[in-house]
Design a protein around this ligand. Structure first.
Ligand SMILES: NC(=O)C1=CN([C@@H]2O[C@H](COP(=O)(O)OP(=O)(O)OC[C@H]3O[C@@H](n4cnc5c(N)ncnc54)[C@H](O)[C@@H]3O)[C@@H](O)[C@H]2O)C=CC1
Ligand SMILES: O=C(O)C1=N[C@H](C(=O)O)C[C@H](O)C1
Length: 249
């Protein structure tokens, strides 16, 4: 007989939280034991073995700390995990070494593949830029996915001995060239009708390579979220990136 994994959702009233609650309810091997949103006391998290956090960047670290301190594994989709926040979480996890936390900038399988392909292509091209497009309700820019893609590309470029991306711009008072993330230009668009989209454009002598991923619906994130929920109890400590649970590393 297989036992069901008890799961709580934090941020349950939000766009991703609500979709996640439905996906858990529809999964035969998972039981939704708690829905929490802003202002709720997390209490014993309904007896959850795993909590999923889709809240806001400034709330997520405290929620995840609470989970770890209560022996509950966590799957985190919320963005905004700076190095300082990750370091603080690692310190908490060091005191609770049987607990696992997965922080995933993007749960969509195609987005993970796009990031991996971008990492592979990076060393072959002199120039690269990223354009991310999201719904106007998104509170952070650039997206966690774009920031992570830029960091992966920057690391691959450095390893290949590539210098800075050529750019003759001398005057840009309004920031038309976008954000500089680890030396990679990132541009963010916010448009109604969009969910989550990213294009990585590489340029070389007389050629271009464009990698594009589109999430047209939040259900695109659910197979990844559920894979993370099922795997995280077997991965104590901190894992950043769902790819590490999918054999993509
Ligand atoms: N990793 C991934 O694949 C994805 C990540 N995201 C990220 O997930 C986060 C949430 O996105 P959405 O659902 O679109 O936002 P949303 O604004 O629709 O939902 C956030 C929810 O969190 C609640 N909340 C705020 N503070 C809270 C607290 N302290 N405790 C409990 N609940 C709290 C809000 O009331 C709201 O219901 C964002 O950081 C977004 O970038 C979104 C989509 C996919
Ligand atoms: O806020 C969103 O919607 C999304 N957030 C994540 C991000 O910032 O990368 C993942 C996905 O892009 C959707």
């Amino acid at each position: 007989m297989t036992t069901s994994l008890a799961v709580a959702v934090i941020g349950a009233a939000g766009r991703m939280g609500a979709t996640t609650c439905t996906a858990i309810e529809d999964a035969a091997d998972l039981t939704l034991v708690g829905r929490y949103d802003a202002g709720d006391d997390l209490g014993d998290l309904g007896g959850a073995q795993v909590a999923v956090d889709f809240t806001v960047p400034d709330s997520s670290p405290a929620n995840v700390k609470y989970c770890v301190e209560h022996g509950v594994h966590a799957v985190v989709g919320t963005t905004g995990w700076t190095t300082d926040r990750l370091d603080a979480l690692k310190a908490t996890l060091a005191e609770h070494d049987s607990v696992g936390v997965l922080i995933a900038p993007n749960f969509a399988i195609g987005a993970l593949l796009m990031m991996r392909f971008a990492q592979q292509a990076a060393r072959f091209y002199e120039s690269v830029e990223i354009v991310e497009t999201h719904h106007p309700g998104k509170v952070d820019a650039p997206s966690g996915t774009a920031a992570r893609t830029a960091e992966l590309i920057a690391a691959a470029r450095a390893e290949a001995g590539l210098g800075p991306v050529p750019d003759a711009t001398k005057s840009d008072p309004d920031g038309a060239r976008g954000a500089d993330v680890s030396g990679i230009r990132v541009h963010a668009q916010r448009l109604p009708g969009r969910v989550a989209h990213q294009e990585v454009s590489f340029g070389g002598d007389g050629e271009a390579l464009t990698l594009r991923h589109d999430s047209f619906d939040r259900v695109s994130f659910m197979p990844g979220v559920l894979a993370g929920v099922r795997a995280v109890p077997n991965h104590p400590g901190l894992t950043v990136g769902l790819e590490h649970f999918l054999g993509l590393d």
